[in-house]
Design a protein around this ligand. Structure first.
Ligand code: MRU
Length: 337
């Protein structure tokens, strides 16, 4: 992705592997600070995933792949590293997809660094293809709403939900993006908006609870979101708040699209009810950065994801084309290979 840091334009990835170190753009700090986090051990890699130095399903998968490559390079116990990384975040399927592929490669004697680099390139390439397919859905003048950050930071480059947006913009289509702020971690306001600035795409950040207002006023032409896990029946787990956006879009006759590569599909689960939903620390809700916003006596609940039933989803944009939720079985063979 092309980014501007301190007046200098650079091409970089959200995650990469250099001199045995897993390097990550620290997504906790953006946009206030641009810092690189260096993971020198499996503990560092696990911490980066758990504490959301890196986040977004495909980027979590790529980070885990590099974590395995690092372990292989240092002759660490692969089984132990696999277990440690597996137990970081439970919802995004990409984590398990990447770890399984890396373990199989290591067991069959492959060069794990080469394999992890190939994995990253492959996923990023698939997301660019998502952009090529999804761009065709975007008409000149469209106002597109997105939730959370399913952008370049969440993949390495291109993004999933933002790939069609970036392709449409580069083709010269006039588009506008509504960016949900995405409480409690503000991935929309901090990260998606930052990416839109980097790409020069016109946008406005809105409070999460303003999405319905703009949809009802006829100011949203389509919704595109990412996914953390998609089950065999086409149900989709994504950032908390996605479900209500889908219901309100449906109520207002607005097309609701999900964009995801094959690594996010979990055909071992029949429905979204079987997806493990991460519940994070209550402090993320009770505080905004260091400032406590609720009374000392108040407790909070903090589910990080929700499930949108397939019936609210117009289509799923993949690297293989756009599918209705009840057509995704066609992708099952590829998810295994
Ligand atoms: O908790 P996060 O920030 O990891 O959640 C991210 C999302 O929900 C994204 O929409 C999803 O992972 C898709 S990223 C291309």
């Amino acid at each position: 992705m092309r980014i501007n840091v301190n007046g200098k334009t650079k091409e970089m990835r959200a995650v990469w592997f250099e001199d045995g170190i897993v390097k990550l753009i620290d997504q906790r700090m953006l946009p206030a600070k641009f810092e690189i986090y260096e993971a020198k051990s499996t503990e560092d890699v696990a911490y980066a995933i758990k504490e959301m130095v890196v986040r977004g399903a495909p980027a979590i998968g790529i980070t885990a792949a590099y974590g395995m490559a690092q372990a292989w390079l240092n002759k660490w116990d692969i089984e132990e590293v696999f277990e440690k990384l597996r137990n970081t975040r439970p919802t995004a399927h990409d984590l398990f997809f990447a770890l399984k592929r890396m373990k199989e490669a290591i067991e069959s004697g492959e060069d794990a660094v080469k394999k992890a680099n190939e994995y990253a390139e492959d996923i990023i390439g698939r997301c660019e293809k998502i952009g090529e397919h999804g761009e065709k859905l975007i008409q000149n003048g469209y106002r597109i709403l997105t939730h959370c950050n399913a952008g370049a930071l969440a993949v390495g480059d291109w993004g999933t939900a933002t790939a069609p947006i970036r392709k449409a913009h580069r083709k010269g289509k006039r588009i506008f993006v509504w960016v949900d702020e995405t409480r409690p971690r503000l991935q929309g306001a901090r990260l998606t908006a930052w990416e839109m600035v980097q790409e020069g795409i016109e946008h406005a950040v809105i409070a999460d609870n303003a999405a319905g207002y703009f949809m009802r006023k006829g100011e949203v032409d389509m919704v595109i979101v990412g996914a953390d896990r998609i089950t065999a029946n086409g149900d989709v787990a994504n950032k908390i708040g996605t479900y209500e956006k889908a219901v309100v879009a449906h109520e207002n006759g607005i097309p609701f699209y999900v964009a995801a590569p094959i690594s996010t599909f979990d055909f071992s689960l029949n429905t979204g009810d079987e997806i493990p939903i991460e519940e994070r620390r209550e402090d993320e809700v009770l505080f905004c950065r260091e400032c406590r916003i609720a009374p000392q006596e108040s407790r909070a609940r903090n589910p990080a994801f929700d499930v949108t039933p397939a019936r609210y989803i117009t289509g799923i944009i993949t690297e293989k084309g756009i599918f209705k939720p009840d057509e995704i079985w066609k992708l099952e063979r590829q998810a295994k290979s």
